[in-house]
Write a protein that binds this ligand. Structure first.
Ligand code: WTA
Length: 655
């Protein structure tokens, strides 16, 4: 470590619009200064301040009800509607401002103003009602990145129905299972979509899923493929455009929901065990999301944000749809892959749309690194002013590359830690306020209290790695349905709480370490730990060592279990043009021995063109483990790059 302070530390205020979060008054006008600023108040009053960012149709009489802990109830007695907060409240001030810009895979572009959203959301809301969807019913949405996806989510919210977005890449079985688990009353899907040059028959997948569900469910089909494809609507199936036309101009009053009423279901990402049904509340979830949209992403009315996440993941819910629209921002939605028609696409999307805030995953950034800096550098990225990262630890090298070649050494990076369960970002630097430290996610946001604890729940001092736990409830926390309480207690609350003392500590499932400034570094999931020679090592730790080797861009470490012992196996990707594979294999083994310990020296180092990754950008360790230990390819439903599985299996079996 050198003493010299890197330039980015002094840059913290330059590209940030607002240093303190602002509040909106009832008309959606920003008021100065911020009484929506959590940092000025103690817990839980800080969340009272944050809740003033929303428009309430009925004020709440309690900030948080802790009686039935850990099933906390936020903003008890209050009423509000999510769609009204995202759309109607903006109409007076910015009805003709662009709310959503969509870019199709084939270069098509569509633009929706806030007023356009209002009209289409109302029409879809009226149509859903006409199809028998009532308040509290669940509607499953199985759509790729089309404008109809956020529109349908908001249409559900408008009539007090819950949406259940299922990632469009899932197979029919996965869809059917996720519909049944929430007793979905209706389905919204599309005829198909394009994957690079091929057409995916989305409707056939939906029909297969529907056929396995006993009761018929009304199904709305968005026409994505146009005249090139005949939709063949079956019984109880409706064309989205016909419905929008039939209900055009419908006036559907937003249904005031109890703050504690559920807003949506979502399933957690399938990297760790079986997918689970999560539920988020209306008032608490929206409060957390609105506040972090401002504090972490610096969204003000008119800011253009592009978050590359799919809406099927929580990141898409919170920072493609709700956070930006609550803030009166402009959302960019780009259909299809970032490499199609070529590797210029991401930079063209930023350039064409004047994107100011760009939010993606370390996996995507590593792909950009592999392609090389000539792609971003041949575009005008001067509109960017803030960059974000989420989903897995971003190593210092990746951080520096992002900062230099995308942010042009101008833009702060917010490395945001959160989970499907937490609803909104809980740990991050606040741009314009906090210093940036590559590799660390920053301090818990105001209103969030964390502890790093050992196996027995004892708090550990700075510098000592342990389990990341959250000490106090926060508004956008998971609110399990009655039937989910048992497993939620077991999975998140049992490990470190003391129910007899009514003391509750949420376990995140992550390992982390805090430094003397209170900055948190995430080591990785607790279940991404490999035991070798009786020592537990985080895969992230191993990978950090491996990627110190020149020429290696990405790595995944998994355990290879042979009789009586566990050996370490490394999958790595190389920079283009790297020829000397044997030398790199040796260097990787040496780097692990040096940084982690001789005991961990990998038995195998295998090179692959890509690592298998989920759509939320996480390396699929379980799949690698199965390839290593069973030499079998396996189900790749949840992969962003399923084609890599066959390649990997072949490569591994040749070793
Ligand atoms: C990991 C995604 C390091 C972590 C929003 C967490 C991160 C899990 C970060 C949740 C980050 C998320 N740095 N690790 N900035 N953000 N994680 O539910 O292990 O898909 O528990 O939510 O991703 O993943 P999920």
């Amino acid at each position: 470590m050198t003493e010299e302070r890197p330039a980015y530390l002094s840059l913290k205020n330059r590209t940030v619009r607002r240093r303190t979060p602002q509040a909106f008054d009832r008309n959606g006008t920003a008021t100065e200064p911020a009484d929506g600023d959590c940092s000025d108040h103690e817990w839980p009053a800080c969340w009272d301040a944050a809740a003033s960012l929303l428009e309430w149709s009925e004020p709440y009489d309690r900030i948080v009800d802790e009686e039935n802990a850990p099933f906390y109830r936020w903003f008890v007695g209050g009423r509000l509607n999510a769609a009204e907060n995202c759309i109607d409240r903006h109409l007076e001030e910015r009805k003709n401002q662009v709310a959503l810009r969509w870019e199709g895979k084939r270069g098509e572009r569509r633009t929706y103003t806030y007023y356009d959203l209002y009209r289409e959301v109302s029409a879809v809301a009226a149509a859903l009602r006409d199809l028998g969807v009532d308040e509290d019913d669940v509607v499953t949405i199985y759509l790729p990145k089309l404008p109809e996806l956020p529109i349908t989510m908001l249409a559900c919210a408008r009539i007090g129905a819950l949406h259940n977005v299922v990632f469009s890449g899932f197979a029919p079985n996965a869809l059917a299972e996720r519909m049944q688990r929430v007793d979905s009353r209706a389905l919204v899907t599309c005829d198909g979509s394009f994957r690079e040059e091929t057409v995916i028959d989305q409707k056939r997948k939906a029909d297969t899923a529907l056929a396995s569900i006993e009761e018929s469910r009304p199904t709305v089909v968005v026409d994505r493929l146009g005249s090139s494809h005949d939709m063949h609507l079956g019984e109880n199936q409706y064309d989205y455009d016909d419905l929008v036309e039939a209900f055009a101009g419908a006036n559907v009053s937003p249904v005031p929901r109890e703050a504690t009423d559920p807003l949506f279901h979502i399933h957690t990402s399938g990297t760790t065990g079986e997918p689970r049904r999560m539920t988020h509340s209306t008032g608490g979830y929206l409060t957390g999301v609105a506040w972090t949209a401002q504090t972490v992403f610096d969204l003000v009315p008119g800011t253009t944000i592009w978050c590359t996440a799919d809406a099927g993941w929580i990141t898409g819910h919170s920072y493609v749809v709700y956070g930006p629209l609550l803030s009166g921002a402009t959302v960019v939605l780009a259909e299809g892959s970032l490499r199609y028609p070529d590797r210029h696409r991401p930079w063209e999307v930023i350039e064409r749309n004047g994107v100011e805030v760009f939010y993606t995953t370390p996996g995507v950034i590593r792909t950009f690194m592999k392609w090389g800096e000539s792609f971003p550098s041949s575009h005008d990225l001067s509109s960017l002013r803030l960059l974000g990262s989420v989903g897995e630890p971003i190593g210092p090298d990746t951080w520096e590359w992002y900062y230099t070649h995308v942010g042009e050494e101008r833009c702060p990076i917010v490395d945001t830690w959160w989970q499907t369960e937490t609803g909104c970002v809980l740990i991050s630097v606040r741009p314009g306020i906090d210093e940036l430290k590559p590799g660390s996610v920053g301090s818990p946001l105001p209103g969030i209290e964390i502890q790093i604890v050992d196996e027995d729940g004892r708090e550990l001092p700075p510098g000592e790695p342990g389990y990341l736990t959250i000490d106090r409830p926060w508004p956008s926390m998971l609110v399990p349905l009655e039937g989910d309480r048992y497993w939620v207690l077991a999975e998140y609350w049992q490990a470190f709480s003391d129910p007899r003392a009514d003391s509750w500590q949420y376990f995140t499932g992550d390992r982390a370490v805090v430094d003397d400034d209170g900055y948190v570094t995430i080591i990785g999931r607790n279940d991404d730990v490999i035991t070798i020679g009786n020592r537990r090592i985080g895969t992230a730790e191993l990978e950090a060592a491996i990627t110190t080797v020149d020429g290696v861009t990405e790595a995944a470490a998994v355990a290879e279990r042979t009789i009586g012992e566990t050996a370490l196996c490394v999958f790595a990707t190389l920079e283009q043009g790297q020829q000397d594979r044997t030398a790199i294999q040796d260097a990787v083994a040496d780097a692990v021995a040096e940084h982690v310990g001789e005991f961990a020296r990998p038995a195998n180092v295998v090179f692959t063109p890509e690592l298998p990754e989920t759509y939320s950008g996480k390396t699929m360790y379980k799949l690698l483990e199965r390839i290593v230990n069973d030499r079998l390819p396996t189900d790749s439903d949840t992969l962003r790059n399923p084609e890599v599985v066959g390649e990997l299996t072949t490569i591994w079996n040749q070793e």
